[in-house]
Design a protein. Structure first.
Length: 670
């Protein structure tokens, strides 16, 4: 008897679905990574604006009623125009719609920042900007949500939604902190400007996003069937992607079709009821838990801050856990919502703060998982051409219960107190969900009974036919088994031969690889040695060049110092010469001035001497004239001459002799 060795077991090929239940599996896609980063920036800017928006309105108007009115004006388009916004998303290209809506929201933020910066914002412009923001948001919210889901395969949509929840929570924390810093440093307008920049960031990223094209690694770019391999996709190109569904033109009939589809879809109606009841009676923890902590538990604002922190951390943890789901159902959402409601009812009976924190943590986790699962069902259950309108209907309903929930819960708290409101709200939620599960179960039971009877009849007939066919199949199977055994024996022999040849080939390949590695290591060592030698030579040449350069610099510095010294000596000599010439010139000028002064003094002295001599002469002549006049007068008095007598000769002679003397003496005076 010949024995054959057992062929080696062929390893089972790894399933592509294996290892894809991680909560971060959506980040394997490059487009999703870019979208998440842009979404984080946008959430930071949005929360920066929301942090200062109510304070700005209250500062401008000084009225709490006007602040509430601005919030109502911003929420009104979501209540009235949500269905039409979803119809617009279904009718227009999704990336274009998201990019345009983000750009318009950024423009509104920049306009608000400019008005705040120049102190031009008033109540009318504030209400107009709030209305425009709410109207654009009716298109932007479903467009961005569906665009993020288009970037990943359907099995990764829960991970994408969970990632969006985590990004939203992180953006809220960062945005509030950045708002405080920006407003404190740059003012309120900085928060609006930052929000505008965040919208522009998302607008710049959207054109580069490529939707996921399904299995096969193909992705369609534009029209004309142009195909490119998807990042991470493997295998050969087998066939082009199926054409995208034709988009309907935007019209009121399309919006009505969306409403009719939503109302005729039991899963969506059940999801709406579960979410609405949970939102009205169980999710307003900012109101119920605040009153419970500060009231019956006698806590402070710091204690409520701890409760809010636990809620936030639990929400993030729940979003991460929800990312591991692949195909959640409405029953899963209802079960999680009922579990969260029961935890809420138990939390309402907690005697202290510590038990409340212990109950709040799992409650936040369960409700976060429920919300993420519900969003997944909402965005994946409708067909692709109807998802925008479904989200529009959902936005309208969500705005309605968001506006009606706080007043109803406030009335319940006034009637039953905070503990009673929590307990009653939790029981109401659990009761509604339980009743909703019982209604379809009765219908299902009757249908199952009828189907079982029909199935039993069909089974009896099938068994009779199968028994007849079984005998025939048994004979054919025996013959086929014999043939299969012979074929298996031959295949095992062939497989063993192939395995031996593969092992031999692998050994040869291993020896060749070892030899090539050794050769490569030797070449690498020789290259390293050559590179080290080259480096040492370069280092030596660089050192020599640096020394030469240093010597040249030293010589140039010495030459420059000598030239500087010679220039200084020449300048000193020139300065001394100039000083000597200036001194000589000053001495000459002084001597000239002294000589001129002496000459002038001499001239002045001579003039004075001449004037003195002239004055003495004049004085002498005047004295002489006065004496002569006196003598004449005396003579005329002593010898009177009668008329007709002749003057004596001596007197005439004296007169003649005196005339030239008088004329000579008086000539200088004249």
């Amino acid at each position: 008897m010949t024995s054959f060795s057992r062929p080696p077991l062929i390893p089972r090929p790894r399933s592509p679905e294996r290892g894809t239940r991680t909560p971060w599996r959506s980040l394997r896609h490059r487009a999703m990574r870019w979208w998440s980063a842009a979404n984080l920036v946008s959430n930071v800017g949005t929360w920066m604006q929301l942090t200062v928006q109510n304070l700005l309105v209250l500062h401008i108007t000084g009225s709490a009623a006007t602040t509430g009115l601005s919030l109502a004006v911003q929420a009104a388009p979501g209540l009235l125009m949500g269905l039409f916004g979803g119809a617009v998303v279904d009718a227009w290209p999704r990336r274009l719609t998201a990019a345009v809506s983000q750009a318009v929201l950024g423009l509104v933020a920049f306009v608000t920042a400019a008005l705040v910066a120049f102190d031009l914002l008033n109540v009318v412009s504030l209400m107009a900007l709030a209305a425009v923001t709410g109207l654009v948001a009716t298109v932007d919210a479903p467009a961005c949500a569906l665009l993020g889901n288009d970037l990943v395969p359907p099995s990764d949509v829960p991970s994408a939604i969970a990632l969006g929840s985590v990004v939203s929570s992180a953006g809220r924390l960062i945005g509030v902190a950045c708002a405080g810093v920006a407003v404190g440093a740059l003012g309120t307008a900085a928060a609006y400007a930052a929000n505008g920049l965040s919208f522009l960031c998302v607008t710049a990223v959207i054109p580069f996003l490529r939707p996921y094209a399904g299995d096969g690694g193909l992705r369609s770019y534009g029209g004309g069937g142009g195909l490119r391999p998807c990042a991470g996709g493997g295998g050969a190109i087998a066939a082009p992607d199926p054409p995208a569904p034709r988009r309907e033109r935007f019209s009121g009939a399309g919006a009505r079709d969306g409403l009719a589809f939503f109302a005729g879809r039991p899963r969506l109606v059940a999801l709406t009821v579960i979410t609405a009841v949970s939102a009205v009676f169980g999710r307003n923890y900012g109101l119920t838990l605040a009153v419970l902590v500060t009231g019956p538990l006698a806590g402070s604002s710091q204690d409520f801050g701890a409760v809010a922190t636990v809620l936030a951390v639990g929400g993030i943890a729940g979003a991460v856990l929800a990312g591991r789901m692949r195909r959640p159902s409405v029953r899963t959402v209802g079960a999680l919502a009922a579990a969260g409601a029961l935890l809420q009812a138990v939390a309402g009976l907690s005697p202290g703060l510590v038990p409340l924190l212990v109950l709040v943590a799992p409650m936040a986790v369960v409700e976060s998982v429920s919300d993420t699962a519900g969003a997944t069902v909402l965005q994946t259950d409708p067909p692709p051409g109807m998802r925008g309108r479904v989200l529009g209907v959902w936005r309208t309903a969500q705005t309605a219960w968001g506006l009606a929930g706080p007043p109803l819960l406030g009335l319940l708290m006034e009637w039953a107190g905070p503990r009673g409101a929590l307990v009653a709200g939790g029981l109401i939620i659990a009761t509604v969900i339980g009743a909703g599960t019982l209604v379809p179960s009765r219908r299902t039971a009757s249908r199952r009974t009828a189907s079982r009877r029909t199935a039993s009849r069909r089974t009896a007939s099938r068994r009779t036919a199968s028994r007849r066919t079984a005998s025939r199949r048994t004979a054919s199977r025996r013959t086929a088994s014999r043939r299969t055994a012979s074929r298996r024996t031959a295949s095992r022999r062939t497989a063993s031969r192939r395995t031996a040849s593969r092992r031999t080939a692998s050994r040869r390949t291993a020896s060749r690889r070892t030899a090539s590695r050794r050769t490569a290591s030797r070449r690498t060592a020789s290259r390293r040695t050559a590179s080290r030698r080259t480096a040492s030579r370069r280092t030596a040449s660089r050192r020599t060049a640096s020394r030469r350069t240093a010597s040249r610099r030293t010589a140039s510095r010495r030459t420059a110092s000598r030239r500087t010294a010679s220039r200084r000596t020449a300048s000193r000599r020139t300065a001394s010469r100039r000083t000597a010439s200036r001194r000589t010139a000053s001495r000459r000028t002084a001597s000239r001035r002294t000589a001129s002064r002496r000459t002038a003094s001499r001239r002045t002295a001579s003039r004075r001497t001449a004037s003195r001599r002239t004055a003495s002469r004049r004085t002498a002549s005047r004295r002489t004239a006065s004496r002569r006049t006196a003598s004449r007068r005396t003579a005329s008095r002593q010898v009177p001459v009668p008329p007709g007598d002749v003057v004596p000769v001596e007197t005439a002679a004296v007169d003649r002799a005196a005339k030239p003397v008088l004329s000579e003496d008086l000539s200088p005076i004249g």
